[in-house]
Write a protein of this length. Sequence first.
Lengths: 339, 763
Amino acid sequence: MRPFQHVRVDSAQAAVQAAAGARASSALQSPTQFLAGGTTLIDLMKLDVMRPQMLIDINALEGTRLGLIEADGSGLRLGALVRMADAAEHPAIRLDYPVIAQSLKFAASQQLRNMASLGGNVLQRTRCTYFRDVTYGACNKRNPGSGCAAMDGFNRPHAVLGASENCIATYPGDFAQALIALDASVDINGSRGRRTVPFATLHRQPANTPDLETTLAPGDIIMSFSVPARAWTRRSLYLKIRDRSSYEFALASAAVALDLQAGKVRDVSIALGGVATVPWRAREAEAVLKGKELDHGVLKAAAHAAFAGARTQEHNAFKVVLGKQTLIRALNEAAAMEI
Amino acid sequence: MTTAAPEPKLNMGPPAPRLDARLKVTGEARYAADFPVSNPAFAFLVLSPIAKGRIVGFDLNEARGVAGVLDILTHENTAIAVKPTKFFGAGGRASTSIRPLSSPQIWHDGQIIAVVVAETFEAAREAAYKVRARCQAEPASATFDSPGTATEAAADVSKEHKDPQVGDAAGAFASADVKIDAEYSTPTQHHNPIELFATTCVWSDDQLTIYEPSQFVHGLKYEIAEQFGIGPSRVHVKSPYVGGAFGSKGSITPRTALVAIAAKRVNRPVKLVMTRDQGFTVTTYRAETRHRIRLGASREGKISAYIHEGWEVTSRPDAYLVGGTKNSTHLYGFGNVASRVFIVRADRNTPGFMRSPPEVPYLFALESAMDELAVKLNMDPIELRRVNDTMNEPIGGKPYTSRSLMACFDDGAKAFGWAQRSAAPKSMADGDWLIGYGCATTCYPSQMAPAAARVRLQRDGRVRVEIAGHEIGNGAYTVIGQAAAEKLGVPVDKVSVRIGDSDLPPAPVAGGSNSTASTCSAVMMVCDQIRQRLFKALMPQESMVDKAKETVGLGQTPVTEAAKSDRPLDRDKAFDALGVAVVEEYGEWKPDGAPTDSFRAMHEGKVRIVGGPEMKDWIAYAFGAEFVEVRINRWTHEIRVPRLLGAFAAGHIMNPRTARSQLMGGLIWGMSSALHEATELDGRYARYVNDNLADYLVPVNADVPSVEVIMLAEQDDHINPAGVKGLGELGNVGTNAAVCNAIFHATGRRLRKLPVRLEQLEI
């Protein structure tokens, strides 16, 4: 592990200022990184994948609005330093936004959920083993232009949606699927001032630049997430399919929110995890369902639409079938929810 | 009594709590890396990024520039200090004959190519990342079917290996009414003990102390003494607690000598704690296997032919071999038997022992085939095993020392609710979840090895037992303490047990489930020597001494017989008669049939294990029956195991609490070996991919909602003085087959390739 400077700050403004001097082409390449729970960053530093020179420890900001969960009639606001466990167990979130509570509860382990922050969670980096092992030379995400060892390697965990010829690394998180499904927005502070953008614009597909994972600029800090109150939030759930029952990343997952009226879909939102390079909103599938009754034919058509653009590799072709089945099961279970 | 401390049945000791329980849960028990040493330097390994080729050169400037770096060992400056060793499979003790840093040659992915020593762990790790090795790679063969592998018959590479056979199996198969002919495979698996592989070496006036988690402290001591060409009395190994081993800490890996060399070079203690991923290539693993099985039977289910061919991957230079047909061919009353085993050499690190090395893969194949045969016969799989049950093994006709297989099936089936199973596949469900019940046989050879012990009894009843056994989570401290307490008639909390130290009287490697049988037999024999002295002092008349001999025995009387005719001994009177305050005895025990050089070998850090199928007049196995319920989601096909149940019989159970714990862990691991554990290989480079505990799956609590262990009362008067048949490796055998048999029952899909992943199921 390379030596680094550790700086504690006690206000968001101080954090932004501390990071302002860093020059880098992207937030990830910046020699200055923010430290919250550290459950991804410190691991990657030990593995020599990330080599920041300065960590700006923002944990003291937990006492500010960054550590608050606020829910009212207009929606839900989640501070970026709220710990995953606290959000997962929050009564209002469990009742009114079950998809959020479940996406957090089914992630990681209790110990990690106690440490990890929501802001850090959405920035969690891929579990692609070729990315995490620096002895593999070919990784466009780590060394732009070096190639992709996963493309012809062991790629069972890899993405079938949103992949490019340069990178097939799966976005590993769960919570982000819930946010993107619920039309959340993200509040960002940085040297260019404060801005609020749709959460759906936070992550970037790999395309020709897999090393750029988000639209954050160097020194940008996530302050909070806002989820608007909508008719679909109560009838929402997160279904996560994996080889073991807990403490594992998704092979396929679905975040669904349903607004049903008289047996018909008035509105629906779908996000897919475990199968895509970024948090993935399946708008094509939503379009198929809107205004329809949820019979098996419609569900199959929606699932088909969700994966119409899938591109598979040697070991991950099953994710198309599994992803479709996961979506169908999630929609059926959401429709059957008693709310 | 609680679930964790089952009520003892006939011929079981009390469920005494672990003597070391409090030390462990309070963190006071010292594991190897916990020992404080004065002014340590820290080592970090640099591993090869290629699986085959040569190191052309190093660029160490950047690494040497890291503040705190003391030394960097490479073959260029260390080769002369690295001595050749003998692979344990060829009569030595080493995990591999590959000697890192002895030459520029690279034999496998993740081979040690340099050792960085620095003032701190962090500095050593940073410098290790900055070591630049220029490697010339050659195409590497990863596994079965890879170009460049070499296949050889096991009988041609190993003098010890036999391919058991009897009668005309091919002829019997050809004329059988009902036939099964199927192929099975098992994956690469790694032990992944939670305690990482650590070694600390301290030189003091040419005296070397090694702190390393070990399943064989005497083996480690003699091996390192030989490698350094120094007298064994100058090497001292300390390993009082081992945080999981499962076979990975039994043979001697190349790291120990390298740390000792480094400590000599920097002239201070050097501590190495390997990272999780480094354990995948610097130590050993369970290699992948393939099987073809042919079973022929009559319409009533009587098997007339069993033909088993096995293929096992090993490294290029070392012929590691498990040869599980030596066990599988003795399991049932097969009429005619033929078997052959092959090894396939690839560019891999050398495999090694992993819990039930032969039985896990070979009984997966056989017990799956048995289920297939039962289905074809339209017969209950338990009844098929009953029809083929036998009290004499099929190859040489020798009787089992004891065998309670069908009693295990009957008790297990009753507790599991097997009668509620509707036989047709895909006939049971609960909502969207398909339900399947499956079962399989487990067996494990009952083995023993010579061991020595020193026991000291004080007048006040306090006892000290010294034996270089190993606490690998098995409960060794406790059962050894119980053995002495029982023999000397004192409460177990009066007994202090010292193990895990090479200065103590030698005990065998903690492998092959021989520990309890061997160490307790030795301790009981030495306790008998003490009793003998006390009885003689109290009853000097000739006739009474004879009576005492008769009562106490000299170590060859099964404990239960002794217990039956036992009598209280007035300790105070005996000590008065002797005129001393302390009695101490040392003794060396060897099992019946142990070779004549047994004791000499024991004092050279070598083991002579006997038992199992190798006994002269008997054959010795522990048996069990395992039951699994699976639930499989109709839509997404994930496989869950709500219930595991095993019924086992293993002779005298020293301690039902520690035995249950061993068997429960085994059942969980057995399930895991079907559904979770597999080391994935990148065939292009012959490299492991998922070398961490996030991607190499082991079960979590949510995966095992219910595990039930039933221990049957069984008495074995032929096996050893303790009457003990080892059970440490009994629990995780056959479970993988029971899982697949349950999946077949749930879905109608027969899966013959492990691990089972949900994408293999099309329901």
